[in-house]
Structures are given as C-alpha cells and as structure tokens.
Write a protein of this length. Structure first.
Length: 196
C-alpha cells in the first residue's frame, strides 16, 4: 500500500473508533437506565455491535464506562430535581416536592438506585453525585426544621436513611405497582411532617 493509502486509512480508522465509542455510550446509557449500573458488559457490547474487549479498550472497563455516561444517565435528572425544589418558597411544599421527585426517580431509574447505594464507590463521578444529593438533603432538612414543618426529632440522617432504604427495597425486593408506590410516598410525607 502506498504512503498515500496508509495516510488515507488512518482517518477512517479514527472515525470507526469514534463511531464505536459513540455506539457504546448510547448502548450503555440505555442499558444502565433500564437495568442499572451492574448490567453485564456483554449486553452493552452486543447492543453496540462491538466486543466486550472493545469496551475495555475504549473505556477501561465498567468504571470508565460509568464515568463516561453517568452525567447523561443520572446527573441530568438529579440536578433539575434539586433546582425545582430550590425554586419553591414554601418549606413544606419544597420538602414534599423533593421527596416525591426523588422517589419517582428511584422508581423510574435503576441506575439512580445504584448511585444512591454507591454500588461502584471507585467511580468518582458517582460518589460526587452522592455528595451533591446528600448536601441538598442536609440543606432541605435544615430549612424545613427552621420553618417548623418537620417533626422535631426528624434529622438529615433520617432523610438519608429513608431514601437509602427505599433504594434498597427497590433493588432487592422489586418494584411494586406504581399506584401503591405513590400511595406510600404520601405515607412517608405524612409521617415526617410536624403535627399541627
């Protein structure tokens, strides 16, 4: 092959590698959202039309793949929930909206359950999402307590535990019917509100 032919083939290989990486990312986003961050990499590879080895070559394995897509999988949903809650002036309404939205995200998004449970603590981006959520939980409880809309004995640790316990139940016991799940969200809110 001529030097011109070799030079001409290099961009094609880079384009193929780029297409493979983009395909892996799309397949990972779909798989993680649907089945969680522990979905077998073989499934991601098959959906992307590549080998599992290609995932390791492009992303270094599961943690690298999580790092590459976690923003699209979870962060794009978590941050708007926090922003919506912050925009609500009434402390009771803010608390109710946030808890309902987080429980909704847990129900819909298997990967978010894995983030809350820190299933992959070697992923810096996953751990950072946990810190962002945890910091807002602390802020939310502090403002709700100051406004007198929470039970006196309800703490930020209690909110963390309620949301983590829900994540554990969804991961290991499965998803109940949506109507039952939403009804139980109302029970959670009723249980933590300050009594008139």
């Amino acid at each position: 092959m001529s030097a011109t032919g070799e030079a001409g083939s290099a961009p094609r290989l880079r384009a193929d590698a780029r297409r493979n990486a983009d395909g892996i990312r799309r397949a990972a986003i779909d798989a993680f959202q649907g089945k969680g961050l522990s979905v077998p990499l073989e499934e991601v590879a098959a959906a992307a039309g590549v080998s599992k080895a290609t995932i390791f070559n492009r992303f270094g394995g599961r943690i690298g793949l999580i790092e590459a897509v976690i923003e699209d999988v979870v962060a794009t949903e978590l941050q708007p929930i926090i922003d919506r809650a912050r925009a609500i002036d009434d402390a009771a309404e803010r608390l109710a909206a946030y808890i309902a939205d987080i429980r909704d995200l847990q129900y819909r998004q298997t990967a978010f359950v894995d983030v809350m449970l820190q299933t992959y603590p070697d992923s810096p981006s996953l751990v950072e999402l946990c810190h962002v959520g945890g910091a807002f939980n602390d802020e939310l409880v502090a403002t709700a307590r100051a406004a007198g809309v929470l039970r006196d004995d309800f703490t930020a640790d209690d909110l963390h535990a309620l949301l983590r316990d829900n994540a554990l139940a969804l991961k290991h016991a499965g998803r109940p019917a949506r109507d039952d799940y939403d009804r139980r969200t109302a029970f959670v809110l009723d249980g933590i509100r300050a009594k008139a």
